[in-house]
Write a protein that binds this ligand. Structure first.
Ligand SMILES: NC(=O)c1ccc[n+]([C@@H]2O[C@H](COP(=O)([O-])OP(=O)(O)OC[C@H]3O[C@@H](n4cnc5c(N)ncnc54)[C@H](OP(=O)(O)O)[C@@H]3O)[C@@H](O)[C@H]2O)c1
Length: 376
């Protein structure tokens, strides 16, 4: 893998010299200007890094150049970040960051605004606490982010709790509302119900007036999902979740399936999908290859199979998503809100234990998010 460049920038910015620039001579101010224009930062920071794709043992902390915010961007001093499955895939060389994104791991972060460049939209001031949806770069002491992708930290939440919100909750919100078009009265089957995304989706489905059902791989995970108000849970290792779902819905099936498993679940999914139901595929933990009559089964259900990936969405879409989430959902994280939402944290690791954090996620034991505390 290439040397990590400044987060948020794929390389030095182009320099355009006007005649007035050149007539000023090469004093200290001019050299600082030139250095900044070239994107060269003398300051450094510590970030999670790996030199070649592979296992968690390849991860280490490295001193890299401090990122410089571009126009409309904020520099966030990171207090905490959280782990995502995409980090594991990126580390394995199976998930490249989208063009222009930092190649440092980390799709979300919480911290404080350290610097604002011209053109920043929103109420932000230096020192404000904030959390951010990122295309990468969160597992470092500083990260740059467009100001519109920042969200205020809900009152009463710690920085670690805030770091657990952006990726999982925006994904769950997007899958339910924008992609799955959930309605009050719908039944929603949420696979990996104890995952970061799953624990958020259960709460958001309830808030939308829907009935969330979950699958998970252990009794302990199902109990935790039920505490979050899942109406029922099925251990996919011990029973056929499709039969159990049909039984629960009195043969009707579910209106919506949030599926991050894919291959190994396809037939059971289509069997328990209601007529005209929506099946939203957003991950492939159970593989990408299938064999069998998917099309005919889906056609007879008049089912819709929709796919969704958040990270590769463009800035405009993400801004719209962050704005809608900030307005409609964030107030409900407050202790004074009508319905209390809670980010579910499993463990917090100091960033120096990044290898252990990846190893733990790979055991599939976590309920909710695995959070990293950055060096301060
Ligand atoms: N498309 C998007 O925009 C987007 C955004 C964010 C996340 N995602 C995807 O969403 C999924 C969940 O992410 P997360 O960070 O919330 O995950 P997570 O907290 O790490 O939880 C994932 C859980 O999935 C279950 N699982 C793993 N392999 C499985 C398999 N083969 N069959 C059945 N269950 C399996 C395990 O729980 P059990 O004990 O229940 O088996 C595991 O703990 C990932 O696939 C991730 O890539 C997609």
């Amino acid at each position: 893998m290439a040397e990590a460049g400044p987060a948020g920038h794929s390389g030095p910015r182009p320099v355009t010299w006007s005649s007035s620039n050149s007539s000023r001579g090469a004093g200290p101010g001019a050299s600082k200007e030139l250095t900044q224009a070239l994107g060269i930062r003398t300051e450094t920071l510590i970030a999670v890094h790996f030199d070649k794709p592979g296992g968690p043992e390849n991860l280490y902390l490295k001193e890299v150049a401090k990122p410089s915010p571009g126009e409309g961007e904020v520099l966030l001093k990171v207090a905490a970040s959280a782990l995502n499955r995409a980090d594991l895939l990126q580390r394995q060389g199976q998930h490249a960051p989208p063009p222009g994104a930092s190649n440092i791991l980390g799709l979300e972060a919480s911290g404080h605004v350290a610097e604002l460049r011209a053109g920043c939209q929103g109420p932000w001031r230096v020192g404000d606490p904030a959390m951010a949806l990122l295309s990468g770069g969160g597992q470092a002491q500083y990260v740059t982010v467009p100001a519109e992708l920042l969200m205020p930290v809900p009152a009463g939440l710690t920085m670690c709790q805030a770091a657990a919100i952006p990726e999982a909750w925006l994904t769950a919100f997007q899958l339910l509302r924008l992609v799955g078009n959930v309605r009050a009265g719908d039944s929603v089957l949420i696979h990996a119900g104890a995952s970061g995304v799953g624990t958020a989706a259960i709460q958001l489905a309830r808030m939308a007036g829907a009935t969330p059902l979950v699958t998970a791989g252990s009794q302990e995970k199902l109990q935790k999902a039920e505490k979050l108000r899942a109406a029922a849970g099925f251990n996919y290792k011990e029973e056929d979740f499709s039969e159990a779902t049909l039984k629960f819905t009195k043969g009707a099936g579910v209106n919506l399936i949030l599926d991050c498993i894919g291959g190994s679940y396809w037939e059971k999914n289509v069997n328990c999908l209601a007529l005209d139901g929506h099946w939203v595929l957003y991950g492939l933990l159970g593989g990408a290859v299938i064999s069998g009559p998917l099309f005919s089964k889906l056609l007879f259900k008049r089912g819709s199979l929709i796919t969704s990936l958040l990270r590769s969405r463009d800035k405009k879409y993400k801004q719209m998503l962050v704005k809608a989430f900030t307005e409609q959902i964030l107030p409900h994280f407050s202790t004074e809100g009508p319905q209390r939402l809670l980010p579910v944290l499993d463990r917090v690791y100091p960033v120096a234990e990044i290898q252990e954090a990846h190893e733990y996620m790979e055991t599939n034991k976590n309920v909710g998010k695995i959070v990293l505390e950055l060096l301060q």
